[in-house]
Design a protein around this ligand. Structure first.
Ligand code: PBG
Length: 329
């Protein structure tokens, strides 16, 4: 009781604050998303994601080496698929010589120890920008799961260490796990986007990959029939527990900053590693406010990212990974 207890004693100077600090970010915390395009010599800045780029494979090589040298040892790959290769069923996703499959090989050839995780979802391949096959005004679940399963096998064949299904179809983790086991990919892991919300924060990402849902007469332009309602909390636990039962090695909460409560709820309930995805819109907000001089970029970046780890994240997927590592090392 005051004055015997004075909490400010432990805040007197930087040395004592460092001594009692509960949460410290290190390069080991980060998973780096990478956007990949066809072509040569391309390092293309994404307009709504300042200082973030789409790379062609030749330049991806150098970027991967840079990341490794900085101590960033895991990447999450996304590809931008040319329009003429898109259809309803995501056929191109299964092409063993597709952009994703070539990207996986390139990263593993360049940096054999780099952990390669791959996005498994139809939207970059879908002519409609949806994560599922469309028929009669419906996003089909089980037919989509079949494609996601084949896609996962194709990524495993190319050398992916983890597949990361980001689609939110029911039952896809079990289907993928069983197929990987049957084909002998017993060491290929699954990071499941378990609690993924239908969020307005994904806008810049959809610009980056040109993957936004298109206007259709009989299908809503949002993803609310498969991604979760942001008003819900207990549903996130249900989704996460099911994915773990189905064989997920790592689970994920997405987006990040508006979902810290969900992250903590899940951390308190499950015992597998938990990832959080600080998504494109979160990145864009900080960049935009900093450009206007309204917020201090580095301070807000550190504060929000530290909050993920404090809330329970073991892994942070973040477009700030490089900036943060530069700052802390
Ligand atoms: C696609 C996918 C999305 C993101 C990751 N995988 C977009 C979406 O679901 O529409 C968003 C990532 C971000 O905004 O940074 N399944």
């Amino acid at each position: 009781m005051y004055p015997i207890k004075r909490n400010r004693r432990l805040r007197t100077n930087q040395a004592i604050r460092d001594l009692v600090k509960e949460t410290v970010l290190t390069p080991n915390d980060f998973l780096v998303p990478l956007f990949i395009v066809e072509g040569k010599g391309i390092k293309d800045e994404i307009p709504s994601m300042p200082n973030y780029y789409r790379y062609s494979l030749d330049l991806l090589k150098a970027e991967v080496k840079t990341l490794w040298a900085m101590g960033l040892k895991s990447v999450l790959l996304f590809v931008k698929v040319p329009d003429q290769l898109k259809d309803n069923k995501g056929t191109e996703a299964l092409n063993s010589n597709g952009l994703m499959q070539r990207a996986i090989k390139l990263v593993k050839d360049t940096c054999p120890d780099m952990i390669v995780m791959t996005d498994v979802a139809l939207d970059p391949y879908s002519a409609y920008g949806h994560d599922g096959i469309i028929e009669n005004g419906e996003i089909l679940n089980d037919e989509t799961v079949d494609v996601l399963t084949e896609m996962s096998l194709s990524h495993a064949q190319a050398g992916a260490n983890f597949v990361a299904p980001s689609d939110m179809m029911d039952g896809r983790i079990l289907s993928i796990r069983e197929a990987l086991e049957d084909d002998g990919y017993t060491n290929t892991g699954i990071m499941s986007y378990s609690a993924k919300y239908a969020s307005a924060f994904y806008g810049p990402f959809r610009d980056a990959l040109d993957s936004a849902p298109v206007d259709l007469i009989d299908i809503p332009k949002d993803k609310k029939t498969y991604q979760m309602d942001y008003a819900n909390r207990f549903e996130a636990l249900r989704e996460t527990e099911m994915d773990i039962d189905e064989g997920a090695d790592i689970v994920m909460v997405k987006p990040g900053i508006s979902y810290l409560d969900i992250l903590r709820d899940i951390k308190n309930e499950v015992d597998v590693p938990i990832a959080v995805y600080q998504v494109s819109g979160e990145y864009a907000m900080i960049k935009a406010a900093a450009e206007k001089g309204w917020l201090n970029h580095d301070q807000v970046m550190m504060e929000t990212t530290t909050a993920f780890k404090r809330a329970g994240a073991d892994i942070i997927a973040s477009y700030f990974a490089k900036d943060i590592v530069k700052l802390i090392s």
